[in-house]
Ligand binder design. Structure first.
Ligand SMILES: CC(C)(COP(=O)(O)OP(=O)(O)OC[C@H]1O[C@@H](n2cnc3c(N)ncnc32)[C@H](O)[C@@H]1OP(=O)(O)O)[C@@H](O)C(=O)NCCC(=O)NCCS
Length: 472
């Protein structure tokens, strides 16, 4: 009998659980190279509970990822699994993105992120993620035309922007306004996936309008006049135009700046079943419309442990700089659990090796700063911190490496994007991944509403007390 490693908590909770793998039994689900679920001869897990034996089908993904299929566990045994933080739980079968966190591999639809970063652009990559293949020239033109056609918001949405106070966080405005867009579109209000004829149009609307909303949210939070998108500008250039132009003067679009921002969007375009993507899938599973589901993703992304980390990294570097520290004092406090500090931009739930995006972004960061002739003391601090952490046993033992957020903030700062917009940039970039995951849920005829279970540890039956009897 081969014991399958279980997380500590699961071991404690179910110490009587024994899982074994007898040789060559049937009822196993294997995914073949085309990603279709098939039954095949292979391994089957055995579970012994309360003196009875149960079989659990296993499955293997196209990249060899192994899983126990527990979908019938409760019905056959009365038990559920418990996995705090979902570190051992596969919530779906997906064909969008592959990550091997131990080897530092990231691929969108099978294409390595390094190749996409070098040869593709954000819009082509968005198409790849959503529709599964790279577009041919005709498909790309059609997609670009749709994006240009749908970039304008309903004119009345401007009045909603006026309601937000100056100084409001752009992430709050972004999520509210993506959701509010549903009120201006009959198709979104009466969303029925089975009857939907124009998903392509809604994809284009969302990708295009999120950029317009994001730029408006920045303008609003700084009390600046709104700038309309230009039909002739490409996606990323248009965003910078809406962000920084003035009614009397267009922003000068430097190619290296446009390229760097496009790369940041591309590198953020998807990342498997992270917190915000899982949130989007969760909301989508209730058949909510595309905009509502992605607005929820924006909220999930906002937190400092997720998309908010890029802002937190810059704030951390700034603080270190202001205190005159070269990073060494900060590293000490990041290792001390009582300090309440962490080395932001370091560590990842999945990557236990270098985050491949971090490597690309570090190179891009050096190149942009050089081209723009910028020297940034925060970049020097970041490099020192990285060097010190990668030699420090605390970080080495825990396999904590720089993640994508560690250097992306420095690039954004160099190209003039204010710190409170960093997570918004991440949200624009992540939109194609959320849409691809939304589509995957909706296209699956077997998909069900997401509804996890829990182990209840609260009070057992507890009588209601009148107000005069309470606290006695
Ligand atoms: C990303 C992150 C949330 C992953 O969390 P996680 O998978 O739950 O990782 P864990 O909390 O289990 O980390 C394992 C250990 O490393 C420590 N650790 C993780 N990230 C750390 C960091 N950035 N600085 C200092 N210690 C860190 C944890 O305290 C824990 O220590 P312990 O084993 O002594 O208790 C976490 O690494 C983090 O908070 N990083 C900083 C925020 C960030 O950059 N987020 C962006 C992610 S793309």
């Amino acid at each position: 009998m081969v014991e399958v490693p279980l997380n500590k908590f699961l071991k404690k909770m179910f110490s009587w659980l024994a899982i074994g793998c007898p040789q060559r039994q049937s009822h196993i689900r294997l995914i073949n190279a085309t990603g279709t679920l098939t039954r095949n001869m292979s391994t089957q897990a055995k579970l012994e509970l309360d003196g009875k034996q149960f079989s659990l089908p296993t499955m293997v993904g196209t990249e060899g990822e192994k899983a126990l299929d527990v979908s019938a566990l409760r019905a056959s045994t009365g038990y559920i699994t418990l996995d705090d933080g979902y570190g051992n739980t596969g919530s779906c079968v997906s064909k969008v993105t592959f990550i091997d966190g131990d080897q530092g591999i990231l691929r969108y639809r099978g294409i390595p992120i390094e190749e996409l970063a070098e040869k593709s652009n954000f819009i082509e990559t968005a198409y790849l993620l959503i529709y599964g293949t790279l577009p041919d020239a005709k498909q790309f033109k059609h997609f670009s035309d749709l994006l240009a056609e749908h970039q304008f918001l309903h004119e009345d949405m401007k009045y909603h922007f006026e309601g937000f106070p100056t100084g409001a966080h752009p992430m709050a405005i972004l999520s509210s306004m993506i959701n509010a867009a549903s009120c201006f579109d009959e198709g979104l209000m009466n969303w029925q996936w089975g009857k939907l004829r124009q998903f392509d149009v809604y994809v284009a609307k969302l990708i295009s309008q999120v950029r317009t909303i994001a730029a408006y949210s920045y303008r609003k939070s700084h009390g600046l006049p709104l700038i309309y998108p230009k039909q002739t500008y490409k996606y990323t250039a248009n965003f910078l135009h809406m962000l920084f132009s003035m009614p009397y003067e267009d922003f000068e679009l430097k190619p290296e700046v446009v390229k760097a921002l496009d790369l940041i969007f591309l590198l953020h375009a998807d990342h498997e079943q992270n917190c915000s993507t899982s949130t989007v899938r969760m909301v989508a599973s209730s058949q909510a419309n595309l905009f509502a589901s992605c607005a929820a993703g924006v909220c999930a992304l906002w937190g400092p442990l997720h998309g908010g980390a890029n802002q937190a990294v810059l704030e951390m570097l700034d603080q270190i700089h202001k205190e005159g520290d070269d990073g060494s004092k900060f590293i000490m406090s990041a290792k001390d659990k009582n300090s309440g500090k962490k080395l932001m931009g370091f560590g990842h739930r999945v990557y236990k090796n270098h985050d491949p995006r971090a490597k690309i972004i570090k190179r891009a960061c050096d190149s942009v700063l050089e081209k723009l002739h910028i020297t940034d003391p925060l970049l020097d601090i970041a490099k020192k911190l990285e060097e010190a952490a990668l030699k420090d046993s605390y970080f080495v033992e825990r396999k904590l490496y720089p993640n994508v957020d560690f250097y992306s903030g420095i690039i954004m700062r160099a190209i003039g994007i204010p710190v409170e917009m960093f997570t918004v940039i991440f949200a624009i970039g992540r939109m194609p991944g959320w849409i691809a995951n939304y589509k995957e849920i909706m296209d699956d005829p077997k998909s069900r509403i997401y509804r996890p279970r829990q182990v209840y540890m609260g009070k057992t039956i507890n009588p209601y007390l009148g107000v005069d009897q309470r606290g006695k």
